[in-house]
Write a protein that binds this ligand. Structure first.
Ligand code: GRF
Length: 198
């Protein structure tokens, strides 16, 4: 089995990135993490990546005159690392066609809701405010429409009486890690086929 080369995009803590890196250490796992890319110098996850011996790249979006220019630089860095699959993991930038067009059908994201419910931000607050009984996380293929690409995998958690956005977020995060690990394995091994519409 040839492992697929994965680049992970982060902006912060990077706990999903860490789960993927740890899973990919298994010789049987069909992907290898060849780089972590952050738009923020102070993203907590960068240190973990460095300690794990994975090249950690900072491409600070504030250094670029436009979203497009930033996206071009990020794409160039992914290409330079010979990345084949991109995993967004808490990457807090809206991306433009400058990068999306190049990675069509080859870029995944994890979103903290049961899509198509609660696209965008503040998903946990909104689920609680709606009185939702079920919440969760989704791994999907990234398309030009935010949080709307084909769904690969979902995991649910209950919303419990007295939940705050923080307690609910923590419950969701626990299922995010194994979900992303499983979804990437399926995707990288070719078990999932994405049709042309993406
Ligand atoms: C996760 O909840 C993920 O679903 C969302 O952002 C958060 C990132 O957490 N996209 P982490 O940086 O992976 O710990």
């Amino acid at each position: 089995m040839r492992k697929k080369r994965v680049g992970i995009l982060i902006s912060g803590r990077g706990s999903n990135m860490r789960a993927l890196v740890e899973a990919a250490r298994n010789p049987e796992y069909p992907a290898t993490v060849v780089g972590v890319f952050s738009n923020k110098q102070d993203a907590g996850g960068l240190q973990f990546a460095r300690d794990a011996g994975i090249p950690a790249h900072v491409i600070d979006h504030r250094q670029f005159p436009s979203r497009e220019e930033f996206d071009k630089a990020l794409h160039a860095a992914l290409k330079a690392a010979a990345v084949e699959i991109v995993c967004c993991a808490g990457f807090m930038r809206v991306m433009t066609p400058e990068i999306l067009d190049h990675w069509r059908g080859r870029m995944l994201n994890i979103h903290p809701s049961l899509l198509p419910a609660y696209k965008g931000t503040h998903t946990h607050e909104r689920a609680i405010a709606d009185g939702a009984r079920l919440h969760g996380a989704t791994v999907h293929v990234v398309t030009s429409e935010l949080d709307s690409g084909p769904i690969i995998a979902q995991a649910t958690v209950p919303v419990l009486p007295g939940d705050t956005p923080e307690t609910l977020a923590a419950r969701v995060l626990e299922v995010e890690h194994p979900l992303y690990v499983k979804a990437l394995a399926q995707f990288a091994s070719g078990a999932i086929h994405i049709s042309a519409s993406t």
